[in-house]
Structures are given as C-alpha cells and as structure tokens.
Design a protein around this ligand. Sequence first.
Ligand code: GLU
Length: 287
Amino acid sequence: MAETTRFAPSPSGYLHLGHAYSALFTARAAAANGGRFLLRIDDIDVERARAEFEAAIFDDLAWLGLSWEQPLRRQSDCAADYALALQRLRERGVTYPCFCTRKEIAAEIARAGAAPHGPNESVYPGTCRGLSAAARDARIAAGEAYALRLDMERALAEAERENGGPLTWHDRGRGRQRCDPRPQGDVVMTRKDVAASYHLAVVVDDAAQDITLVTRGADLFEASHVHRLLQHLLALPVPDYHHHRLLTDENGKRLAKRHDALSIRALREAGHTLEEVIAMTEQPQSS
Ligand code: GLU
C-alpha cells in the first residue's frame, strides 16, 4: 500500500544524527510503495521555536537528499484546527480546567509518595479533577490561568463503551496493541501559553495531513496510546504506527539536542560526506 508519512521535527535546535535516522526511515517507508513524504514543523511551543532552526531543518534535510511535498504544515498556522478539536473535547465532557502550577504539581506528587521515575514521572495527581463547577467558574471568572486536562478514566471508559470494547492500534514492529493510556494520567490538552499540547496537536495534524503511517522514535511509543484515544474522541482516522529504534551516544544515552557535536550541521562542517553520515545512522554507537 502506498503510504503517506511525515517527518515532524521541532525547530528548537539543530537536527542531529537521531533525526537524520528518523527522517531517512520515514522517507524510505514512503518511497517503498510510491507513497508520499510530508514535512511538518512542530512549532506549537512558540517560546522555544526559532526561525533559524527551521531554516536549518530545510537545509539539513535537503543535504540528506530528501525532498518533501509542498505545502508543508506549520503548527503555528493551525490554531483554529486545535481550537475546534478542544471545543469538541469540551463538549464531550471529558476535560476539566486545572489551575495547578508546575511547582504545585511536583509538591503534590512528592506528598503522594509516588516515585518520580520512568516515563510516568510527571503523572498529574488529579488535584483539580474534583473541583465543583461553581469553584471552577469562580476561578475562571477571577482570571486565574488554567490548563485543560483530559479526564483519562472517564474518557477511556466512554470511548470503550462507544467502541463496544477496548480500543486497539497497530505498531509495525510490535504488533497489535490494546490502547491503555491510563498510566499517563490526566494529560494536558492545552496550556495557557500554548494553543495545544503535543498530544492534541499531533493527532489533529496527522489527520489533517492524511497520514497513514506514523513513524517516530520508540521513546514516543507510550504517547501513541493517548493519541489512539484522542482519535476516537475526535472521530479521526487511525493511522498505522512504526516506532523505530533510538540512536544512542557512547554511554547508551538517547541522542538529544545537547549532543551538539552530533548535529548534522556540525558533522557537515567537520567535512563528513553524506555517505559517512548515513553510515553513522546505521551504527548507533558511533560518535
Ligand atoms: N515533534 C515531535 C518531536 O520533535 C515528534 C512528533 C511525532 O512524531 O509525534 O519530538
């Protein structure tokens, strides 16, 4: 089947070897059956996004020999799409306003005795879920800033009831998955300073771009449970997924923006050829 895939970097730093691997993986998945390769600029977090990094993304991808269909999608242009999706979630009664600050949430987790490790480190303890409608209205009327959270238990129960059983999704590497986003708690859908959270934006974008195969690193595997639930709640199509391996540094740590020496830019400037850089993506331990 001809797939539509996308590479969706955030312009908050230079692309590194891990991105190169992901972009090539994604482009190859599209090319395998004469599909489409799209680009998305994930700049929903406008505070961190910078025009120079976006320009560098285009430049580095072209250097890698990749071309993508125009027009590209830029999240910062799509606030109206996210507002519509939020409206729909609100109408379904599966969200609630949360007035907690990051500091308050951290203190609450410490008090609750939850060990802050692993991917669930920042699971929200649910402080604002039980606020009365009157208390919520009063705080909103008083101008208090709030985030909108998904009431995870309620949303999943409702989705499973509508679906007549558990939701599922499919990963090309790991097979059929039963959708269980509950360990991630009441994830944020929007914050006062951002039009949509990562989770909401990605789900809306993938549907808007008609993506049939979502390719990304294994570190986002758990996020796909949340995305599958949102797809149900928003009546959006469900793409296939392929979470690929992560490139690591010599200590086995996942490559991140802090690995400046492994940015494609730095490797280019150091005189590495395209063939050498591609070979490095195939040898995860090389540095
Ligand atoms: N923009 C996200 C990132 O830079 C990836 C988007 C996705 O594939 O879900 O990590």
